[in-house]
Design a protein around this ligand. Structure first.
Ligand SMILES: NC(=O)C1=CN([C@@H]2O[C@H](COP(=O)(O)OP(=O)(O)OC[C@H]3O[C@@H](n4cnc5c(N)ncnc54)[C@H](O)[C@@H]3O)[C@@H](O)[C@H]2O)[C@@H](O)CC1
Ligand SMILES: [K+]
Length: 510
């Protein structure tokens, strides 16, 4: 599991650790890890070696600049030609600058050096950064983008909000981010994640603090009762607010049949989707559910004939969920339309007293109620999230939801008191409390008609197989993303092709 901690926690953990160590130790650990990565990149890149390579340090006014200057000093001692741009000269990290000078580095005021450099170190701001990059940095960042330099972000790309991944204005686009102690949420959530490039974690010993079992200070104390927008991120288990499943985590969660399994023990998922007008959504959701690890898939609704023609394995009926026979989870909503019949299907699925995944038209109908059962999994895209938020009295635009996905997903989970999977460039899955899961396997190629129906069918099947809503949603997002990549391989893909790739995605995740 990849875990990310909020700034407040990182500062508290660093504070405890710093109190136990000689002054400057943490910064030296950070700088050493950073310099080692830079040296490796220089050796593997066009210069082919550290000696004689051209390195430019962009140094802001805080400790992030200090890390970059000390790393620059280490590279200069190995023969690199290192210069530093001081973006706030009067507040530059004095020790870092002295070390760089002592190692033969110099100060520059010419942004063209960023264009000529082999490697640019972004030490403009780190976890102390707020808001867009300030003007002094812009010519340097622009020039670095024009040249061929490998851009290495120190701790996180400057201009990315560390806690949310929001990018409110200009930001550094990094090839590699070297982050210290733990991941920051902004490195795992778009739009920030897309600025970070490859993320490398340097251990500076924060685990020593975590190992005590007590959260450093208690970030929980300051929480609660504030309006959306200023609300701090969630209360924390061991302190992390965001986590991303890795392959071994998914492997441990995938349902596997054993010798005792029969089709009913493996779980049966019910799908109430599609309509006379949109039978395709039903066909797609059922198709994906058949690959989702359950023993059987029941379909209830107006597209029964189309479903059984496409999937003879499905058990179909033309009535609603109430008439469909026993299932361990329902999927309701894709392609349902919003008429009285659709409303009845949603009500029956919600009343069935089993976990229920609500998507698409089902979400619009749910927004009118303003509540959901605790074992529900809601799967909105940003537009549907706007409608759901309106249902609980929160006004937000699509752009706002996309700019701050974590905050809005959490607001929905708290407002509806259930689990929410917010689709998009970074899929976020979260309950009202506990860390949010973000999915790292997604690809822009997944934004294709019917792709959401596939995700719903798959996640519903995993719910019926016994996974919790958070696990079902995040494992489904992982497999769906991987299947999207496999089916796309750089070219446009389709929902049908994504479904066809699900078995291979499953095999690769075991
Ligand atoms: N605290 C620690 O123990 C450690 C901190 N480390 C480094 O220290 C960093 C945090 O240092 P600081 O707390 O000094 O904060 P930063 O260096 O991240 O930035 C704070 C400074 O940047 C300015 N600033 C804020 N937003 C800005 C913006 N949008 N554009 C331009 N300037 C802006 C502020 O006025 C302030 O002077 C970490 O990201 C990490 O790189 C590491 O050395 C590891 C140890
Ligand atoms: K930075």
């Amino acid at each position: 599991m990849r875990r990310a901690h909020a700034v407040e926690w990182v500062r508290a953990a660093e504070g405890e650790l710093m109190a136990r160590l000689p002054e400057g130790t943490l910064m030296q650990r950070a700088a050493a890890g950073l310099a080692a990565t830079c040296a490796e990149l220089l050796r593997d890149g066009a210069p082919g070696r550290v000696y004689g390579s051209r390195v430019l340090v962009l140094a802001g006014s805080g400790d992030n600049g200090g890390d970059a200057l000390f790393a620059g000093a280490r590279l200069a001692r190995r023969g690199a030609r290192v210069s530093a741009a001081l973006l706030a000269p009067e507040r530059v990290h004095a020790g870092g600058l002295a070390a760089l000078r002592a190692a033969g580095g110099r100060v520059t005021e010419d942004p063209a050096e960023a264009e000529r450099a082999d490697l640019v170190l972004d030490g403009i701001v780190g976890i102390g950064g707020r808001g867009p990059l300030r003007d002094a940095a812009l010519p340097w960042v622009h020039a670095a983008g024009q040249g061929a330099a490998t851009v290495v972000a120190v701790d996180l790309p400057s201009g990315v909000d560390p806690d949310t991944g929001a990018v409110p204005g200009a930001a550094v686009r990094a090839d590699v981010t070297v982050t210290f102690g733990t991941h920051k949420p902004g490195l795992l959530i778009d739009p920030g994640a897309s600025y970070a490039g490859v993320v490398r974690l340097v251990d500076i010993g924060l685990a020593e603090v975590r190992g005590t079992g007590s959260a450093p200070s208690d970030p929980r104390r300051a929480r609660g009762g504030r309006a959306l927008g200023t609300e701090p991120l969630a209360p924390l288990f061991d302190g992390h607010v965001v986590e991303a499943l890795q392959q071994e985590d998914v492997a441990a969660l995938l349902p596997e049949p054993d010798a005792e399994s029969d089709k009913y023990r493996r779980g049966v998922v019910g799908i109430a989707a599609g309509s006379a007008r949109y039978p395709g959504a039903a066909v797609l959701a059922v198709g994906a559910a058949l690959h989702g690890g359950v023993g059987a898939v029941r379909y209830a609704g107006a597209a029964a004939r189309e479903v059984v023609r496409a999937h003879p394995e499905a058990l179909v009926g033309e009535g609603g969920p109430k008439d469909a026979g026993r299932v361990q989870a329902w999927v309701v909503g894709p392609g349902l339309s919003q008429d009285a019949e659709a409303e009845r299907a949603v009500t029956e699925a919600l009343d069935a007293d089993v976990p229920v995944l609500v998507d698409a038209d089902g979400l619009r109908l749910l927004a009118r109620r303003g509540s959901a059962p605790a074992n529900a999994l809601l799967t909105p895209h940003a537009g549907e999230a706007v409608a759901l938020l309106a249902g609980i009295g929160v006004t937000a635009t699509r752009d706002q939801v996309e700019a701050e996905r974590l905050r809005h997903a959490r607001a929905l989970a708290r407002g509806y008191r259930c689990t929410v999977l917010l689709k998009g460039s970074t899929t976020v899955v979260t309950g009202p409390t506990g860390p949010a899961r973000v999915n790292a396997t997604g690809t822009a190629q997944l934004a294709t008609a019917g792709s959401g129906d596939v995700l719903s069918g798959l996640a519903g099947a995993l719910l019926a197989a016994g996974l919790s809503p958070v696990d079902a949603g995040s494992v489904a997002a992982y497999l769906h993303g991987l299947a999207g990549r496999l089916s796309s391989d750089g070219a446009p893909t389709t929902a049908t092709a994504i479904t066809a790739a699900l078995p291979e995605a499953w095999r690769r995740s075991r």
